[in-house]
Design a protein around this ligand. Structure first.
Ligand SMILES: [Zn+2]
Length: 326
């Protein structure tokens, strides 16, 4: 059996550009400055400016020139994407995207740093940019007529013993330092998770109202949080875990959302024990992405789905960079 890692776009930068171009520009190159699709030609044998490390410069791949009258500018397929302005060769970006898309519980920045041969800091930036690509820019509502949307909340975060002394909780209360996540899963469909400051019927209700279609059948636990918002939906069932309702009724369960939480918790606690509150949303986007693309989607197709999300995320990823300073 052929290994995916022998694919040329994972080790050859020119091939990596061809791979991304085929996905972002299925109908041929599009000028990123003026939108022209004709009179665009590849620029060959262009080298970067000489540097101490590379006195001859290095060959620049994936360059195009637009010959439209008012434009005449150069560009590449990564302009305006989360891969822009990076010194990391595009083939390493593709490998990182593949590794993050294919490992069920995620891959740590430390592992990426070792596998890709980039610094830890670079690996950290890459991972956050790829999470932006995985974050859907305009997701439609979950559920709909005849569909079940399961909702539940969970507490995630690192073990106190993994944290630096001065970051540990001053109390013995485990929940004190855990972050609260509210997750909605369309049964057999996508998932969406939210980091909330506290769990009240107001905060949870807001998340549910803005995420799920009112035509859905809402499936929650029997917590006091849900009766009010539940009445706004086509149907609402509350699963009483203590009554062993799973066994009694196969429709009335929240196994899907619980399955999601078990993957999220193992990922967050096992490998991402340094996840800070500021970045939790991005980790959730990553876990949501993989889970939403689980049924009938192989690793390669999931990677390509992530690549489709690299566009139009510039502003968001700039915020990622700024967040690093804090
Ligand atoms: Zn142009």
């Amino acid at each position: 059996m052929k290994s995916i890692l022998t694919e040329k776009h994972f080790y050859d930068e020119a091939a990596a550009y061809e791979y991304v171009e085929a996905r972002i520009w299925p109908n041929g190159p599009v000028c990123t400055h003026c939108g022209a699709t004709d009179r665009i030609y590849p620029l060959k044998n262009v080298r970067s400016k000489p540097s101490k490390k590379n006195p001859e410069g290095v060959e620049r791949h994936g360059l195009w020139k637009c010959y439209a009258k008012e434009c005449r500018k150069q560009f590449s397929v990564t302009v305006g994407t989360v891969f822009e302005d990076s010194k990391v060769p595009l083939n390493k970006w593709l490998l990182a995207t593949y590794l993050m898309s294919s490992s069920k519980k995620g891959i740590s920045a430390h592992q990426l740093h070792r596998t890709l041969g980039v610094t830890y800091k670079t690996a950290w930036f890459m991972a956050h940019r790829i999470r932006e690509a995985m974050n859907p820019s305009d997701p439609g509502p979950l559920g709909g007529e005849g569909k079940v949307v399961e909702v539940d909340e969970a507490y995630v975060g690192g073990k106190e013993s993994n944290k630096h002394r001065n970051k540990r909780s001053p109390t013995k209360d485990r929940l004190y330092t855990k972050q609260i996540v509210v997750t909605l899963v369309e049964r057999g469909g996508p998932v969406r998770s939210f980091h909330v400051a506290n769990v009240t019927s107001k905060t949870v209700g807001k998340v549910i109202r803005t995420t799920a279609s009112r035509a859905s059948h809402l499936m929650t636990d029997s917590a006091r949080l849900y009766p009010k918002v539940g009445r706004e939906f086509a149907a609402h069932s509350a699963v009483d875990h203590s009554a062993g309702e799973y066994v009694r009724n196969f429709v009335h369960h929240s196994n899907t959302v619980e399955n999601y939480f078990s993957i999220l918790k193992r990922g967050i606690t096992g490998m991402f024990h340094h996840v800070s509150e500021a970045h939790l949303g991005r980790y959730l986007a990553e876990f949501d992405f993989r889970y939403s693309n689980r049924v009938g989607v192989d690793d390669e197709a999931r990677t390509n789905e992530a690549l489709r999300g690299i566009e139009g995320k510039r502003l968001t990823y700039r915020r990622t960079d700024e967040a690093k300073v804090a």
